[in-house]
Design a protein around this ligand. Structure first.
Ligand code: ATP
Ligand code: MG
Ligand code: FE
Length: 332
């Protein structure tokens, strides 16, 4: 089977081709326009998707050496995400499927982040646990089958990626700040500053408290020394990163023990974080669990994860009709 996949839920326009379950291309067009605004501007994102989608698809087909007439089905992100952004991808997918008279496959973006683990040979076995940490979500997911997933814990307020991005904004860094915190953290001392660990019952998370703690910490220190952030940037980033990773992994570890699960996966944009990746590896080694950490290109938003999810739906023959509409909110 030849699957063409489209991802346009936020600010990445991406197209991928998957042949018999093997990803042959994964083209990602990043939008830089949002940097100046300190966050994604939905209206601008939709317009840039509109410009990027056709070139991205052409490039994905050409890298995969696949003719557009040989595509068997089109998979697309139906939600969750920004409605205007999703509409561009959904409309493109519908038009392509209509023109070629091939089936349409709708994909849940958060399921796709998890299913990125089925790209390549190192695959987890069901049931496994996946910590999905991204710009909009923080979830511990019990993955029972490809499309049978249960959220057993989630954030009550900010997502982990949001905490990274808001912290970086407080530090005066551009959007998105997660990758920059990662970069500076490598050069700093993670034990220099102590930020609070919220006490939330069960497997849920909260990141709004730590954000406020960082805000006051910076405000008070800058009042005493205007150069405090510049002088201690590496140590601040390392300490923030360590605290966020500890909060995430303490809950994940608790869930693994309670559910008796030994295959542990990481997914979503924040799973690109070096400190989190290293800490998960160490945690799994200590407990004799297997860790599954995606390649960097499959952590942040990409169409390859939509393609592999689409492939597994194609095998089941699960298609949608032309009247399908995107969903800004779409549960797992
Ligand atoms: P969602 O998947 O919840 O709809 P999204 O699609 O916007 O949200 P992703 O693209 O999956 O999110 O992830 C983006 C987030 O990942 C941003 O918050 C970004 O700062 C963060 N991020 C990316 N790379 C790193 C990194 N190396 N370290 C920390 N955070 C990172
Ligand atoms: Mg993004
Ligand atoms: Fe995402």
């Amino acid at each position: 089977s030849v699957i063409l996949a489209i991802e346009s839920s936020c600010d990445e326009t991406s197209a991928s081709v998957c042949v018999d379950g093997v990803i042959l291309s994964n083209v990602i067009a990043n939008q830089t326009i949002h940097e100046a605004y300190g966050g994604v501007v939905p209206e601008l994102a939709s317009r840039v998707h509109q410009q990027n989608i056709v070139p991205a698809v052409h490039q994905a087909l050409s890298i995969a050496k696949v003719n557009k007439n040989d595509v068997d089905a089109v998979a697309f992100t139906r939600g969750p995400g920004l409605l205007g952004s999703l509409l561009v991808g959904v409309s493109f997918a519908k038009a392509f499927a209509l023109a070629k008279n091939i089936p349409l496959i709708d994909i849940n973006h958060m399921q796709a982040h998890v299913l990125a683990h089925f790209i390549g040979d190192h695959k987890p076995e069901f049931p496994f646990l996946c910590l999905t940490v991204s710009g909009g979500h923080t979830q511990i997911v019990l993955v029972k089958d490809y499309f049978d997933m249960e959220v057993i814990g989630q954030t009550l307020d900010d997502a982990a990626g949001e905490a990274m991005d808001k912290t970086s904004k407080i530090l005066g860094l551009p959007y998105p700040g997660g990758p920059l915190i990662d970069k500076y953290a490598r050069l700093g001392n993670p034990d220099k500053y102590q930020f609070p660990e919220p006490q939330i019952p069960g497997f849920d998370f909260s990141f709004s408290g730590i954000k406020t703690a960082i805000l006051y910490f910076i405000r008070d220190n800058v009042a005493a020394n205007p150069d405090f952030v510049q002088q201690n940037l590496n140590d601040i980033c390392a300490s923030v990163e360590k605290r966020i990773a500890t909060i995430l992994l303490n809950k994940l570890s608790k869930a693994a023990k309670e559910y008796g699960i030994k295959d542990i996966a990481l997914a979503g944009g924040v799973s690109a974080n070096t400190g989190l990746r290293e800490s998960l590896r160490a945690l799994c080694e200590k407990n004799n669990w297997r860790s599954f950490i995606p390649k960097l290109e499959y952590c942040t938003d990409n169409a390859a994860m939509i393609a592999i999810a689409g492939y597994h739906k194609y095998l089941k023959g699960e298609f949608v009709s032309q009247d399908v509409a995107p969903l800004a909110r779409m549960p797992l």
